[in-house]
Design a protein around this ligand. Structure first.
Ligand SMILES: [Zn+2]
Length: 192
């Protein structure tokens, strides 16, 4: 069974739509528990090449993926990969099969294909040694994300409020000192 987060699918689709003239690719990061593959994040495949409509992971792509794994997802696994087929539908080409067999050959590793032109999508996985199109469930984490973003915004506002009140206090202090000086100084002078 495969579970993909909604935010992960959203990220792939906006990446694919922004580059709808070429194929783009990347990997799924996540966990495998009790035969369930959970795709929780994505790493965009930088430095990938595309020849004759086929996307290829280069050595630089892997270096970037490995670095991001080490820095951001040290406790997670690469659970599969995705790529786009702008305008030519959902299937795995011979080259795609080669990539899947070469780099994603563990039984729980998945391949997701998205067509940003036809707005089609499909998932492939291993079934007893063969690669087949398969169903997947979508976990809606976008509400959580929105909540996080709202909290971050409130926190930022609060920081600004704090800064403003400090500034206001400083201005009031300067004003009080200035008024005090203007009022007291002539009195002192007058006394003298
Ligand atoms: Zn392909």
């Amino acid at each position: 069974m495969v579970v993909i987060r909604q935010s992960v699918l959203d990220a792939i689709e906006s990446f694919g739509r922004d580059n709808s003239h070429v194929e783009v690719c990347g990997v799924f990061v996540g966990q495998v528990r009790n035969d369930v593959t959970c795709a929780q994040a994505v790493i965009e495949g930088r430095h990938a090449t595309h020849q004759a409509g086929a996307v290829t992971f280069t050595a630089d792509t892997w270096t970037h993926i490995q670095q991001t794994m080490d820095e951001q997802y040290p406790d997670q696994k690469i659970v599969g990969w995705y790529h786009t087929h702008p305008g030519f539908g959902i299937f795995l080409s011979e080259m795609d099969m080669f990539i899947h067999e070469q780099f994603f050959n563990l039984p729980w590793q998945i391949a997701y294909v998205y067509d940003p032109v036809r707005e089609e999508r499909g998932l492939f996985g291993w079934d007893q040694g063969a690669v087949c199109q398969t169903d997947y469930a979508v976990e809606d984490d976008t509400r959580e994300q929105r909540k996080d973003m709202k909290l971050q915004k409130i926190e930022k506002l609060r920081q600004w409020q704090n800064r403003l009140s400090v500034l206001l206090a400083v201005m009031v202090a300067i004003f009080v000192v200035a008024v005090g000086w203007l009022v007291v100084w002539p009195m002192v002078m007058y006394d003298g």
